[in-house]
Design a protein around this ligand. Sequence first.
Ligand SMILES: C[S@@+](CC[C@H](N)C(=O)[O-])C[C@H]1O[C@@H](n2cnc3c(N)ncnc32)[C@H](O)[C@@H]1O
Length: 245
Amino acid sequence: MVKLSPPRRRDERRRQRARRNVINRLLEHRLIKRVSYEKYREKVRHVYDGPQGALLATCSLLSLHTPLGERLFRERKFDLRGVRRILDVGSGAGQLAKHLLKYADPEATITCFDLSHEMLRRARTRLKNARPRYLAADLTRLPFPDGAFDCVTCGYVLEHLPDPRDGLRELARVMMPGARMLLLTTEDNFGGAWTSRMWCCRTYNRRELAEICRGLGLDWSTELWFTRMHKVFRAGGICVEILRR
Ligand SMILES: C[S@@+](CC[C@H](N)C(=O)[O-])C[C@H]1O[C@@H](n2cnc3c(N)ncnc32)[C@H](O)[C@@H]1O
């Protein structure tokens, strides 16, 4: 076997990564790039209103996102202590809101919003809790004043935007300086490409997304992993704590 020098090994690794990216890009769902945002948003609403949305909570359980997501809060990798006004973006079936109810201080307010009325109804039924405020809204046009929240959780929603800036700008606006956000989103790897096919969404490149966030005053403070295995195999998508500058 030919032994490569370190720079050539690095080049070879880069080439391999580029080849893998081409395959992932070919696999990735294309709708988000083909139609206008309005048309795409209607499709997303339709998907989540329907049977796929009804199965969302079960899917999150089977893919272990619900139990692994809880670990982030339980082990205080994302620490909810002391936060007072929490916004849960694209609450879906209330998967993250369930953890917020369990781990946030009792006096913290929780606002859940989603594009789909049907998902909000499902979240309400599942959570059986009068504490959160539920409302229908689009991440690109938030009905909240500037600096209204000191904590945001945004789980697997950003991949439903053709341009992440439209959602991140709004989140930066409603976060007060120093506020923290837990952002989970689909990454541009093989697992992410399959997820995008299932849920008609896009994927993100970790470095590019971090750069976009920085440009909007949202600094990546800590990259998080569900488990050590996830870190080793770069699995589970992007999971990061973000700080509003
Ligand atoms: C995969 S689910 C995420 C559920 C939950 N946050 C979690 O972490 O598992 C995505 C949710 O985002 C909602 N969504 C998609 N695009 C949205 C948008 N532009 N504004 C608000 N919600 C949106 C969908 O209706 C769906 O309920």
